[in-house]
Structure formats: structure tokens, C-alpha cells
Design a protein. Structure first.
Length: 320
């Protein structure tokens, strides 16, 4: 059982609202200060679901009328649920808050047909990793991000097509699919993964972009663009910029990157660099499997890679 899993009848769960912002911002303001702080206060109002959205719900825990915790549940497919943003106020830890939030989201997801629920936890967040395991989650996979620079003139040794059939074919036979258990970044949902289907590749070829590396004798790589998004860039605090509103930078996100060898990786990253430049992106990130081969291959091509991996854990929702 998790550290705060004991039943506590004083914990009440309800839907989070915009009026809860100050309370949520208050108890999340001291989380991860050494890593730039928690992101929830920055995105809270955009993060909450609209009244007509039925595929997601944000839950707030209260004790004696005080905000004690928060979590969001999202349906990513007809039977895959995603749980994100679990936070418990420091004053209310070990009082059953996360247990009650977990049970509420599990039941919400079951009612909508989910058979599996998943979460993502930063590899450095030992407390959350331990709590997730104690709550019944099992480890599924790990990945990290690669960051090639947008470049309209980038070139690689192999041709890269945009054929969704070829991309799907490579994915179905790749060791990356086995390592990632079929998961890739969910189009349209930030920081979430779900199982990829052939229909996804067909749709993404029309709506964003897919990539299939054509090696010397066979298909040799795959990727797809999951979305583009704008992210605020904080002011540097200089006198010249003190009166200027924060600007934004565009990111192009690629939900999967897999390849056969370093030449295939170079070709794939070059195609992504061209695509990102064509989108007008300032930055990129590509999900790659966290294995010695993939990470060192990416490093060998010269692209930047994130310092630490992320872990995905899952729970079977077919039983209570």
C-alpha cells in the first residue's frame, strides 16, 4: 500500500474548478524548485476540462474544506486511460489523499470502458515512483527525448518517404516496438502515451507527418509528428525586456523515433529536422527507446539528448 493509503473518511473528492486555482497554486508552489518549479500553476486554467468534455476529468481532494490534492484522468482510446498531475499538499501527506484520488480515477476510467491505466513518472522522482508501485502500478517501459535542431538543409545517407504503410510495417517488426510495448506519444495530448495502431499512421500521414527510412536493402526507420505547440519563453529580467510580455517558441514533437543503425538514425533525424523547419519550429523533441543502443546511436549522430529518461507504469483496470 502507498505511504498515505489508509482509508480516511475525511477526504472528500470533487471535480476541480477554475475557482480552485489559488489553492492548487499554493500547495504546488514549493514542488521541484530546483528544477524550475511545478508546471501545474502555469497551465492550470488550460488544463481543466470544459463542461462538454466527457473524455477527461480533473479531481480535487479536500480535507475539512481545504484543498489537499489533485489529479486528472483522460481517456486516450476506447480502453486506455491516462492519469496525470497527481499532487498532494505537504500538510496532508500520509492521510489517504493519493489513495482516494487513485481509486476515484480508476473507477471513473472503468465506467468508460478502460481496461488499462498508465502514468508517466520522471526517473529522478523516487517518491512518486515508489508511491506508484505501492498503488499497484507495474513498470512498462522507459524512454528519453532526442532534440535535433530544425534545419531545412539537413541531409542523411538514406531516402526517407512519408508512406504510412511502410512506416507501420517497420514499426510492427522493430525492436523499438517490443521495448516500448507498442506505445508512442498520443497525438493531441501532452506528456501521454498510448498504443499505436495502423489507423494512427494513416491519419497522421494526412494530418501531420510520418517518416519511413528506406535503407540499403530494407526499411530501416520510422517516426511520426504528434503535434506542434507553443511554449512561453520567460523574460531574462534585463532592463530592455522587463516591460515586454514573455514570448513563445514553437516546438515540433515527434511521438516515436526508431531505426536500424546510425546511418538510418542520421537519415531519420535529418528528415525530422527538415520537417520541423518547414513547420516553423524553434525546437524539437523525439521520443526514443531508453536502451543503450538507441541512446548511444542518437548521441553518435550529434543530436542533443535529454539528461534523464522517463518511466511509464501501468495498472490493470479489469479487476477492482
Amino acid at each position: 500500500m502507498p505511504p498515505d493509503s489508509d482509508a480516511n473518511p475525511s477526504v472528500e473528492i470533487r471535480r476541480a474548478t477554475h475557482d480552485d486555482y489559488e489553492a492548487v497554486a499554493d500547495f504546488t508552489s514549493d514542488i521541484w524548485p530546483e528544477r524550475g518549479g511545478d508546471y501545474i500553476p502555469r497551465i492550470y486554467h488550460d488544463w481543466l476540462e470544459d463542461d462538454d468534455e466527457t473524455d477527461r476529468k480533473t479531481f480535487l481532494a479536500e480535507i475539512d474544506g481545504e484543498a489537499a490534492g489533485i489529479v486528472q484522468a483522460v481517456m486516450l482510446s476506447p480502453d486506455e486511460a491516462w492519469f496525470q498531475g497527481m499532487r498532494v499538499a505537504a500538510d496532508y501527506r500520509r492521510r489517504g489523499v493519493s489513495h482516494r484520488l487513485n481509486e476515484t480515477t480508476f473507477e471513473w476510467a472503468r465506467e468508460r470502458g478502460a481496461t488499462v491505466g498508465r502514468v508517466m513518472v520522471f526517473s529522478w522522482n523516487a517518491v512518486s515512483l515508489g508511491a506508484a508501485r505501492a498503488s499497484g502500478y507495474e513498470p512498462i517501459t522507459e524512454f528519453r527525448f532526442a532534440h535535433p535542431e530544425p534545419n531545412p538543409a539537413a541531409e542523411g545517407p538514406f531516402r526517407v518517404s512519408h508512406d504510412p504503410t511502410a512506416a507501420w510495417r517497420y514499426w510492427t517488426h522493430s525492436d523499438a516496438r517490443e521495448h516500448l510495448t507498442g506505445l508512442g506519444l498520443a497525438p493531441g495530448e501532452s506528456w501521454a502515451v498510448r498504443e499505436l495502431t495502423r489507423d494512427d499512421f494513416e491519419r497522421l500521414a494526412n494530418e501531420t507527418a510520418v517518416f519511413a527510412v528506406e535503407g540499403e536493402n530494407a526499411l530501416a526507420g520510422v517516426a511520426y509528428r504528434s503535434r506542434t505547440y507553443d511554449r512561453p519563453v520567460e523574460s531574462d529580467g534585463s532592463a530592455d525586456s522587463s516591460d515586454v510580455d514573455p514570448t513563445t517558441e514553437m516546438w515540433a514533437e515527434y511521438g516515436l523515433g526508431a531505426w536500424e543503425n546510425i546511418d538510418a538514425a542520421r537519415s531519420l533525424f535529418a528528415a525530422i529536422a527538415r520537417d520541423a523547419a518547414d513547420c516553423g519550429a524553434d525546437e524539437t523533441r523525439i521520443l526514443i527507446p531508453e536502451t543503450a543502443r538507441y541512446v548511444t546511436d542518437a548521441a553518435a549522430t550529434g543530436v542533443d539528448i535529454s539528461e534523464e529518461p522517463d518511466f511509464v507504469l501501468g495498472i490493470d483496470l479489469t479487476t477492482d
